[in-house]
Design a protein around this ligand. Structure first.
Ligand SMILES: [Zn+2]
Length: 181
């Protein structure tokens, strides 16, 4: 059977059995998760999220790049337009993981990766591509330093180990920029 047929069949089951039409656009946990596209690290699975619980956006590595910053700016606009706000109970979670494919791009096509990250090839070497624990700390620091990122969030950096299924806290949760609302 064609894979799309499989997906359509599963969707018919989803729509017919457990679908909840009352879910809201704003995540019930007020949390945003930035993660990697790797299918082993789906936040829905590894955090056992419920439908509608968190907003998730994923790129290669779960890295903070210009596209992530742009998305955060758009989400701030959407949140404000919906009558919400971003406060300390809003979580911004950066999720990296071991054995990430981003290392292979770094090895084989560093220029492509530099472009994706919005840096020069020389600057790419400072982004700790090979170490998710250092990289997640770097990315949280990049969020703190970027005035375009709404400062009200509680931000944290987590690393998932694909060998154990367990997560370590790399950067404990704290206010992104305490002086901002
Ligand atoms: Zn990855």
């Amino acid at each position: 059977m064609d894979y799309i047929d499989t997906l359509m069949r599963r969707n018919a089951e989803f729509a017919g059995e457990g679908f909840n039409p009352s879910l809201r656009m704003m995540p019930t946990s007020k949390s945003l998760i930035i993660g990697c596209v790797d299918p082993r690290v789906d936040p829905m699975d590894i955090f056992k999220l419920a439908p509608g619980e968190a907003a998730i956006f994923r790129n290669v590595g779960g890295r903070v790049n210009p596209s992530v910053v742009e998305t955060l700016r758009i989400l701030r606009t959407v949140t404000l337009a919906a009558g919400g706000n971003i406060g300390p109970d809003s979580n911004l979670i950066v999720l990296h993981h071991t054995d990430c494919g981003i290392k292979r791009c770094y090895c084989h096509e560093p220029r492509l990766l530099a472009e994706h990250m919005g840096v020069t090839a020389a600057e790419l070497d400072t982004l700790e591509i090979n170490d998710p624990y250092k990289a997640v700390a770097l990315d949280v620091a990049a969020l703190r330093a970027n005035a375009d990122v709404p400062g009200g969030y509680a931000v944290s950096g987590l690393v998932y180990d694909v060998a154990t299924g367990k997560i370590e806290i790399g950067v404990p949760s704290s206010r992104l920029r305490p002086d901002e609302g």
